[in-house]
Design a binder for this molecule. Sequence first.
Ligand code: SF4
Ligand code: ZN
Length: 421
Amino acid sequence: IKIKITEIPIPVAFAAAFEGERIRKDAMFVEFGGSKTESWELVTQREASEIEDHKIVIIGDDIDTVQQVPGRMPLAVLVEVAGKSMHSDFEPVLERRIHYFMNYIEGIMHVGQRDATWIRISKDAYEKGFRLRHFGEVLYAKMLDEFGAVVDKCQVTIITDPDKVKEVKTQQVVPKYAARDERIASLTDESVDTFYTCILCQSFAPSHVCIVTPERLGLCGAVSWLDSKATFELDPTGPCQPINKGPVDDPVKGIWQEVNKTVERHSQGALSQITLYSLLEDPMTSCGCFECIAGIMPEANGIVIVNREFSGVSPVGMTFGELASMTGGGVQTPGFMGHGRQFISSKKFISAEGGPGRIVWMPKELKEFVADKLNATAKEMYGIDNFVDMICDETIASESEAVLEYLSEKGHPALTMDPLM
Ligand code: SF4
Ligand code: ZN
């Protein structure tokens, strides 16, 4: 017998209406992550005998140990589930929902996914008695409530002990993310008949529709094509709906009539034309959760990519935050586009504009993250060895002129490609 949990034992309100709530610095009691401390989340499957239903474990200090307000702590949220119909393909689907479940809590803000989360607890919530175990209560209740078809048992562990947060991340979390990314790596957009929508973010950006394909994951980086497929299996009337893609109208720009029709329907008519592989012509919309933003750098005849973790100013004269404020909200902004990290090394990445060979600048950390795959793609597409070395980063130069100098020194391919504009 499945029990529906309606009342969650927490000292603050819980409702979808709190989803868009932002917590400003002066209203915040403590924050986790946001590139300032380690912060990750993981849903993983276990044998029924390995976990205890409704057990909530806290490892490390609770938030009442914060010495100076606003405080800052590392955080790990580990949700272990067991069930006869549970499948490892469902793990990332359940994991993505952590973002929504935490945001439903009054006085809590949750941004990001995987090991790039950013969570704030307000002073009000703290004063009403909100403590870490309440995250566990919410996640326990919602996982059973929404995924009762596959989850029979659920145990939640919240870790703030800095060493433990790191240790579990290295041992369990990073390999898990890598294995997920690996599974999707062999699939191409041509090899499947079906793409999927994801409209989970319409609560933030009402006309936003992500089209998820094997080579282009959702812009949050947390919804791969396999995840969207699993989401549909779990919840046939849910946020991920199949698109029988049919014949392609333009394989270079990535235009399908069926995709356009679907976007029009799911955006309530706000949008009727999108391309999957162009930055300049009808690019996909962006909600607000993008891992990266690509933007044109006209004088370099190329594009720069900035990831959320990078706090400096990019060669287009803007920080990630400034770029985000003009890119998000579910509208098309030709020349600027949010996307996932994994999309960068795809041959489909802005193939309408010549592909990833257009990338002239990226923060060093992102360069290192994509290096192996992007080098392989560039070798295949342009016959260039070590392409990533030709891409400038903040340790080399961030001023337009110096970037250009570096590019010509390296013989960057963007300089001789067709004019971007
Ligand atoms: Fe879904 Fe896109 Fe939102 Fe990710 S960013 S949850 S793929 S709508
Ligand atoms: Zn979003």
